[in-house]
Design a protein around this ligand. Structure first.
Ligand code: DP6
Length: 402
């Protein structure tokens, strides 16, 4: 009844968390259960104004069972990775409260929880959502139980790349050496304010089909690719040091070239996997060629692409290049329908392209190949949402939406 709800109010917390895009890729685990990688990786956290996950976690003595809703649809709460995150946050809470002694003011660890989570971007767009999702889950649970400290280690148990979404700006996930994973954590290389001119364009390609998932794909690569072994042991350690330096110096040419090379090597390890894995498609390859023609036309690296386990391109560039490159993309991949929705996110100005650019860079247009472009930039880590009207769960502990 409502009277009972008033007597025993819900403990409820809402957080948001960002997506991140790796410029030195994580691909391959040395421990599948603890999610320990074979190499360190480095990413840029993207701004939550354009891409974010929101998660509300609630606990109550009145809840009969743990429950989960994803974008309004009830989902399986028994997923082993979700359970690992829940178990780890509760373990940290217990530790903080001093062994088994219950802190009377603290939330009971025996209460069941309800979790609701949603993305502000279409899941169908194929933009990695598990990193933001697990970073958000762990942030909300940690707040709910009053846990602080090393939470990237917990987020890592949900999805490897999720540990990098626990911080804003430029983030390194160090592989660590310990078998228990205590040193396999994320740390910030530079905050989101470090490089104000850096911009990100996500080119969402059309006709996306289901890919081999990252988890299964990287396992096959670890088992079969000698190139991946060489990459993890020799190439990545050198590149990490270089990439960190390029970021510290805000050296776009160095940063961009190395990001492209690392993306290309990651996809080469996929081709070296047996049976091979193909994440890039013809449109992806068109975008790669276009970026290289654009850079060649300017005589230096003005745009850099990177691709994860799917065909969508993520382009890094500087603010002064956005308008021109977007126009080049628009000319090369003319929108099939509703051209007004082609550009999304941060504003883009108009640009007129010189004739040489049209002949040397644009060349043969492929209409409809790109669905839309999302313009964003580096952003901060997970945030606590103070406004109670933003909770995804109502006072009855059930989803408010849908
Ligand atoms: C290509 O973090 O999704 O995006 O740890 O198995 O959940 P699991 O894999 P996941 O892999 C991400 C792979 C990548 C590269 C990267 O983000 O570093």
């Amino acid at each position: 009844s409502s009277a009972m709800a008033e007597e025993r109010p819900l403990a409820v917390v809402t957080c948001t968390a960002p997506v991140n895009i790796a410029v030195i890729k994580y691909w391959g685990k040395r421990d599948n259960d603890l999610i320990l990688p074979i190499n360190s990786s480095l990413s840029v956290t993207l701004h939550q104004d354009q891409l974010k996950t929101t998660t509300t976690a609630a606990a109550s003595r009145d809840f009969a069972e743990d429950r989960l809703w994803l974008n309004g649809e009830e989902a399986d709460v028994g997923h082993p990775r979700l359970q690992a995150c829940l178990r780890e946050v509760r373990r940290l809470a217990r530790k903080r409260r001093g062994g088994s002694a219950e802190d009377a003011a603290a939330l009971s660890l025996s209460y069941k929880i309800h979790i609701a989570t949603e993305n502000n971007f279409p899941t169908a767009a194929g933009l990695a959502s598990s990193a933001a999702g697990y970073a958000c889950l762990v942030s909300a649970l940690a707040r709910l139980y009053g846990v602080e400290g090393e939470l990237s280690e917990v987020a890592r148990r949900g999805s490897g790349s999720a540990c990098r979404s626990m911080m804003g700006g430029f983030v390194q996930w160090q592989r660590g050496e310990r078998p228990d994973g205590r040193d396999s954590i994320a740390h910030q290389v530079a905050p989101e304010t470090h490089w104000p001119e850096l911009r990100v364009l996500i080119l969402v390609v059309s006709g996306e089909k289901k890919q081999v998932g990252s988890t299964a794909g990287m396992q096959t690569s670890v088992d079969t690719s000698p190139l991946l072994k060489h990459r993890a042991e020799v190439v990545v350690p050198e590149r990490l040091a270089l990439m960190t330096q390029h970021i510290r110096e805000r050296d776009f040419e160095g940063f961009g070239k190395l990001a492209m090379q690392d993306s290309n090597q990651f996809h080469a390890t996929c081709l070296d996997t047996f049976p091979p894995i193909f994440y890039l498609n013809d449109i992806s390859r068109h975008i790669i060629a276009l970026a290289h023609r654009f850079n060649a036309h300017h005589g230096h690296t003005k745009v850099a692409y990177t691709f994860d386990a799917g065909p969508n391109a993520v382009i890094f560039t500087l603010a002064d290049t956005v308008d021109e490159f977007v126009e080049v993309v628009r000319r090369s991949f003319p929108p099939a329908v509703n051209g007004d929705q082609f550009m999304r996110g941060l504003p883009v100005g108009s640009a007129s392209l010189p004739e040489e650019m049209l002949t040397a860079v644009v060349m043969e247009p492929v209409p409809g190949a790109i669905q839309y472009i999302l313009h964003t930039k580096p952003g901060p880590g997970p945030q606590l949402v103070d406004d109670p009207s933003q909770h995804l769960l109502g006072t009855d502990g059930l989803p408010r939406c849908c």
